[in-house]
Design a protein around this ligand. Structure first.
Ligand SMILES: Nc1ncnc2c1ncn2[C@@H]1O[C@H](COP(=O)(O)OP(=O)(O)OP(=O)(O)O)[C@@H](O)[C@H]1O
Length: 274
């Protein structure tokens, strides 16, 4: 039984507060291509969920629905009980921060510090509060020393951290990351994972990197052909070789689910309690 089934079966009882609630979401691009074909997903505050699936499955399209970059063709997306729609975009975008795969989609000011200040300033934050937010966001991603540099002069990994800072400065309580580990060297991957694990936000991570997903997340959802085909504890998803193969997912050579689970629990002893 998936979590969605559990929720449906338990509607007679009080439900826990929900950070993200997606109901029968359909989305077709303007050319008619159906990218999402009936998605139901409920995310509790503080959960970290990996969104997995083959190329073209609909993961990025789903992510773009979470703060209204795209709006449903049918069905609904709600953030902390507020439906994502044209008239709620401003509030929803304060709550949901998207970190795109390509940091150049997010960094466009002459210096990094201006990029990091841009979001909160746009939401009306000024003065000492703005300075404090920008400094804290840069410090969280260890980019303080690069604050006055042009994003164009930063390395790929530094730009990625800068893009994350620009989102963190808006203090979202839901963070959605598209392929956060792509193009990072091993140390930068680990440092970014440490940064993300230190954040107290609800997190959805779109990735093809199952090890990174296991490092960050306790729950995984597999999307294929615009539908959710599995939704379970990540250890159980990774242990189901047939399921992974059916959706073009595989652990790197030499890894099996037990190795990943042991490494995960050794590294994050508190994760079992989440
Ligand atoms: N602007 C667009 N117009 C029409 N179809 C699109 C558009 N963008 C994406 N699609 C299609 O929608 C489907 C879902 O794409 P999406 O980018 O959400 O997949 P994905 O799971 O993120 O894939 P990947 O893992 O390759 O990044 C694909 O079939 C894709 O070709």
């Amino acid at each position: 039984m998936t979590r969605t089934d559990v929720r449906a079966a338990d509607t007679a009882h009080p439900v826990a507060p929900v950070a993200v609630d997606i109901t029968d979401l359909h989305y077709a691009y303007p050319d008619g291509h159906v990218a999402l074909d009936g998605i139901d997903l409920s995310v509790a505050p503080g959960e970290r969920i990996a969104l997995l699936g083959p190329n073209g499955a609909g993961k990025t399209t789903l992510m773009l629905q979470l703060n209204g970059v795209l709006l449903p063709t049918a069905g609904s997306v709600s953030i902390h009980g507020r439906q994502v729609a044209k008239d709620s975009l401003r509030q929803v975008r304060r709550q949901v921060g998207l970190v795109f795969q390509d940091p150049d989609d997010q960094l466009f000011m002459p210096t990094l510090i201006e990029d990091v200040a841009f979001g909160p300033a746009n939401f009306g934050v000024t003065g000492d509060e703005l300075v404090a937010r920008v400094e804290a966001a840069l410090a969280t991603v260890s980019m303080t020393e690069h604050a006055r540099r042009s994003p164009h002069h930063l390395s790929g990994g530094q730009r990625r951290r800068g893009a994350l800072a620009s989102v963190l400065a808006c203090r979202p309580d839901i963070l959605v990351l598209d392929e956060p580990s792509a193009n990072l060297d091993p140390v930068a991957r680990r440092e970014l994972a440490d940064t993300l694990l230190g954040l107290d936000t609800t997190m959805l991570v779109v990735t093809h990197d199952l090890l990174y997903a296991a490092q960050l997340c306790d729950r995984a959802v597999i999307v294929d052909a615009g539908r959710i085909v599995a939704d379970d504890a990540i250890d159980d998803i990774l242990a189901d070789a047939e399921l992974l193969a059916a959706h073009r997912l595989e652990l790197p050579w030499g890894f099996d689910a037990d190795t990943v689970r042991r490494a995960r629990t050794a590294r994050r002893p508190s994760s079992a309690a989440r």
